[in-house]
Design a protein around this ligand. Sequence first.
Ligand code: NDP
Length: 299
Amino acid sequence: MMTTTATTASPAQVTVLGLGSMGSAIARTLLERGYRTMVWNRTASKSAPLADAGAATAATAEEAVAASPLVVLCLLDTPAVEQVLGSIETAVAGKVLVNLTSGSPAQARANERWARERGAEYLDGKIMGDPPYVGTPHVLFPFSGSRNAFAAHEPTLRELGTVAYHGEDAGLAGVEFMAQVAVAYELLIGYLHALRLVQAEGVDVVEFAERVAGSMPAFPALLTSMAQAVKSGDYQPDLGSLNVQAALMDDMISHRRSVGVEAIRMREVKELMDRRIADGHGDQGFSSLFELLAEHSHA
Ligand code: NDP
């Protein structure tokens, strides 16, 4: 059974709702940094290790919210947030709600409206990193929403990792998260295809990985120049002209086929290049494929 500590005259400075792996890491970090911390979790037994470490515990989310001006939510998903918000409705006026639960930009905007209509300020945050690294600079937290709330609580939020404020539109932290995670997934699935190819050719995958890592320092400048090309619409032949690159793609696809490796990604790139060349842009570079990536351009 959880030990319930009643709310006292000396309120906790921070309340954390949700004590899964991430919420627990957040609450523990705040405790370790000297914050008076009030915690609540739907399954009460998960509060015990934090109570042992000095956290105050509440029997209900509403009681936990009442204890602190700053309330951090870190729950599984959007339905969980909706359920918990519904249960704290009468306690949120005058509070700052910081929701670190993964979810869409639209959901963050809806949460912001919900909070504002009830007299609370809302900050949406996303977490880029793993629980053991909370409290170190290796976990990135993009935030968006109430500027005042961010300014007032930035020192506390900085205890958790590297923070960045993206603007008053509460959806922007989610946009940043979705886009950054997408870059990682797209890069890493391409990397896994490459490992399959390298292994099929009898090359050591770990040694290959080290060589790939050695080529990474070239990426920051390339990422910036590609974004500049996209922003200006001036597509210089980066990575060579599409006419030359398309020929290379044919070699890459046939190489993959020859060693029994899936070529779906290369075929997709080649198809985009062919369409761009057919449209008369074969002299432009890789960045110009951007022009074909809006959904309607797949007519
Ligand atoms: P866990 O599965 O460990 O914890 C989920 C938490 O949500 C628990 O506290 C659980 O309570 C609570 N919960 C689920 N449904 C409800 C509900 N209907 N009502 C009330 N509480 C509910 O997840 P994590 O802590 O790992 O993740 C939390 C958030 O952090 C997620 O949005 C995740 O995407 C994000 N995140 C996690 C990372 C990670 O590596 N773990 C990395 C980056 C982001 P109960 O104990 O009662 O089940």
